[in-house]
Ligand binder design. Structure first.
Ligand SMILES: Cc1cc2nc3c(=O)[nH]c(=O)nc-3n(C[C@H](O)[C@H](O)[C@H](O)COP(=O)(O)OP(=O)(O)OC[C@H]3O[C@@H](n4cnc5c(N)ncnc54)[C@H](O)[C@@H]3O)c2cc1C
Length: 333
């Protein structure tokens, strides 16, 4: 980890052209439920059994785990002659595409994967521990003719002073050859047209998605990112991930509310500015509330809670703080 003092820097985007509000989206109340309109691609709901191929320590609290198909990738797995469940068939065109990762039972180490029913639904095995969590597809590639998927895992367990969870615990111990099952991405949402400026907000769990947004948006669109991280996350890694974005790093240890304060300092937003956020849900609820109160169009915001302090396995579909903020904050899709 680098010394953090010089790393605090403000986004170097002082020139902020404030345009008249976008009249195409109409005047919106701050409780309006509109969200960023994005092109949608429906993908599949197939379970894919994968094996850890490599593990890279990208920070003390971050591990990049590269998976390959558990069966011979490319030739069809689990009796799937067409190869649909092989990793080579996994598609992830959208910047925040995510998979549900099914983990082994922590007590026995045995993986009890879900299966597809005849009507195409996913069914967990009855009477077995079948734990799963959502993770972003950071990258897909073919290496030496074999499909690979990278997932970046945040380690937030006891050793780092946080609360342990099965996904974090699994990732902390993951070794080459360990197996999990990936399901999805099922629905992929692309980058909409008409983004004049992109502001990214979040934390280490959102970093893979935010990094993919930087790469996905048109190269002439200015991008700034405000990311709150723990002390165990390497700021150089965060900056590398965010590529050409102008990055402001906030340290969680400096106290609560920083993300909300930093985003509040950005208002008013440009009329063609889009704000994408992924991270702790309560923080992002505050970000959304402030932006809407400052007159931001709800349909230019995409703020997703990826986890929530004190909540185990946050339901990615549950709107958070709906009563409090009206529109609430989606907790992932
Ligand atoms: C669409 C989507 C994409 C996501 N992508 C990623 C990703 O690419 N990488 C990634 O690491 N996570 C990602 N997450 C977040 C991840 O699913 C959650 O952090 C999840 O709760 C981790 O599961 P767990 O078993 O470790 O902890 P849980 O059993 O769910 O929770 C146990 C305890 O740990 C706390 N906790 C959970 N996550 C964190 C955290 N990050 N920091 C501190 N405390 C925490 C909880 O509040 C709870 O008190 C994503 C979530 C969504 C919805």
């Amino acid at each position: 980890m680098k010394d953090r003092a010089p790393s605090h820097h403000r986004p170097q985007t002082p020139v902020r052209l404030v345009l008249p509000r976008d009249t195409t989206s109409g005047a919106r109340s701050w409780w309006n439920r509109a969200v960023l309109r994005r092109p949608v691609t429906q993908l599949d709901l197939l379970p894919r059994r994968v094996r850890v191929h490599a593990v890279a320590e990208t920070s003390a609290a971050l591990r990049r785990i590269t998976f390959r198909g558990a069966a011979d990738a490319g030739s069809g797995a689990d009796g799937d002659a067409a190869g649909a469940t092989t990793l080579s068939a996994l598609r992830s065109p959208g910047p925040d595409d995510h998979v549900r990762v099914f983990l082994p039972d922590p007590a026995t180490g045995i993986l009890h994967p879900p299966r597809l029913t005849a009507d195409g639904a996913l069914q967990r095995p009855a009477g077995q521990v079948s734990i799963s969590r959502e993770m972003t597809v950071r990258a897909t590639r073919t290496a030496d003719g074999v499909a690979e998927v990278d997932i970046d895992w945040v380690l937030h367990g006891d050793a780092l002073g946080g609360e342990e969870g099965p996904a974090s615990a699994w990732a902390a111990r993951a070794a080459v050859g360990d197996e999990v099952v990936l399901v999805g991405p099922t629905t992929s949402r692309g980058v909409p047209d008409g983004i004049g400026r992109l502001t990214l907000v979040g934390d280490e769990t959102g970093l893979p998605a935010l990094a993919r947004w930087v790469a996905a948006v048109r190269p002439d669109v200015p991008v700034q990112a405000i990311v709150e991280i723990g002390d165990d996350v390497d700021e150089a890694f965060v900056e590398d991930e965010l590529g050409r974005a102008v990055v402001e790093i906030l340290y969680r240890t400096d106290g609560p509310g920083q993300l909300v304060d930093a985003v509040r300092a950005l208002v008013p937003l440009d009329a063609d500015e889009v704000v994408v956020g992924a991270g702790e849900a309560t923080d992002l609820a505050g970000v959304r509330r402030d932006l809407l109160r400052a007159g931001a169009d709800a349909d230019r915001l995409e703020l997703r809670g990826y986890w929530r302090r004190g909540v185990v396995n946050l339901d990615p579909e549950a709107p958070l703080d709906g009563a409090q903020w009206g529109a609430g904050v989606g907790a992932g899709s």
